[in-house]
Design a protein around this ligand. Structure first.
Ligand code: NAD
Ligand code: MG
Length: 333
């Protein structure tokens, strides 16, 4: 038959595909590549870069302190290196004392921004560390403690931030409350109210107060979650606030786009923060926290910092109404 080839022809073809020289060369290249990877400290394996479960059981009363966690989270204190991406910018970060907000505050300062942080009075010791780090970056640091469940305080927070920073062009509505409850029957009206006031009302009040100060080029960033897309059974109230956040980000982006103000959201997966050890997870879930992601571990706040910088930076100017995820391989978006 015409399409049949002889053994000889087949062998010749094979030899043409892989000559001994070529295969030797490719082996050498592979070895060189492996060597290069071993030698290059900038190439980091994400599976081994940070602590993995099992974690020790640990509980702190709300709101918890990052400094008392075991292990202490990495917020980029030692690792984040700026390159002037936010020179002269002025940022307000709620919940900037610890966790994801602290990582954003450190990164903003090292990128050249002056930063005001808000936190609860109980978190003064965590906040003092962040204020110190912002100052060490050579930037203006402003500490404004207070409870965001109070509309009058939210208004005061914005006016103090504006007057002490000399303006405002980055707003991160990061503060949040999460409490695990096995049943809807366990959630009191007070519990429900705390979650809604902190996660939904506060960003509404703060954004309203900030808007008159935001010039074209400004950036608003909200904190959504994988919970917005695949809510856990024990996070009935929290999960709906994160779906609401995704929704407000997309609505506000449409409203403010024509004014040149961008609005985006970050949707983290499991991240090792005080919120998780102060009632956010059951002790059983905490021990295995992040173990079910493809990377086999929870994220550290430092690993999300560059997303906030990207959203705030002028170079990201076509991104608005977007939700960027960081969840170790599972979860959406
Ligand atoms: P965190 O505990 O370090 O930060 C949350 C901060 O919220 C606290 O430091 C506190 O200052 C602030 N806060 C809470 N209630 C407040 C109130 N009434 N008034 C003023 N401030 C108040 O925890 P985190 O995980 O970094 O949380 C930051 C954001 O990230 C939250 O919106 C959270 O929902 C979101 N998030 C976290 C994860 C995670 O796995 N850690 C996952 C998805 C989304
Ligand atoms: Mg805190």
């Amino acid at each position: 038959m015409d399409d049949q080839i002889t053994r000889r022809e087949a062998l010749d073809k094979l030899v043409n595909i892989i000559t001994p020289e070529e295969s030797l060369e490719s082996q050498e290249n592979d070895q060189e590549e492996t060597l290069k990877n071993e030698e290059n400290p900038h190439l980091q394996d994400p599976t081994t870069k940070h602590p993995k479960p099992p974690f020790n059981k640990q509980f702190q009363p709300f709101p918890g302190l990052a400094a008392k966690m075991d292990p202490v989270p990495d917020h980029g204190e030692e690792s984040y290196v700026g390159s002037g991406r936010l020179t002269g910018r002025k940022a307000l970060v709620t919940g900037g004392d610890s966790g994801i907000g602290r990582a954003a505050a450190i990164a903003f300062a090292r990128e050249g921004a002056d930063v005001a942080i808000n936190y609860l009075p109980d978190e003064e010791s965590d906040a003092a560390e962040v204020i110190d780090l912002i100052k060490k970056a050579g930037r203006n640091a402003v500490a404004i403690p207070g409870d965001l469940r109070d509309e009058a305080f939210c208004n005061r927070l914005v006016s103090e931030a504006v007057s002490q920073l000399g303006g405002l062009d980055i707003l991160v509505n990061n503060a949040g409350h999460q409490k695990s409850n096995q049943s809807i029957l366990d959630i009191s009206t007070e519990d429900f109210d705390r979650t809604m006031k902190t996660n939904i009302y506060a960003p509404f009040w703060i954004t309203k107060a900030a808007l008159p100060h935001l010039k074209p080029g400004s950036s608003i960033i909200g904190l959504s979650s994988v919970q917005a897309y695949d809510p856990s059974a024990d996070l009935y109230d929290y999960a709906q606030t994160k779906a609401a956040t995704t929704s407000y980000v997309k609505s506000l982006a449409k409203q403010l786009g024509p004014k040149g103000i961008r609005v985006n959201g970050v949707a983290p997966g499991p991240v090792w923060t005080a919120l998780e050890v102060s009632g956010g997870q059951t002790q059983e879930k905490l021990v295995e926290f992040g173990g079910d992601t493809p990377l086999g571990r929870p994220g550290q706040p430092a690993e999300l910092a560059s997303i906030f910088v990207q959203f705030a930076d002028n170079t990201g100017s076509f991104a608005t109404g977007q939700i960027y995820g960081s969840a170790g391989g599972s979860g959406q978006p």
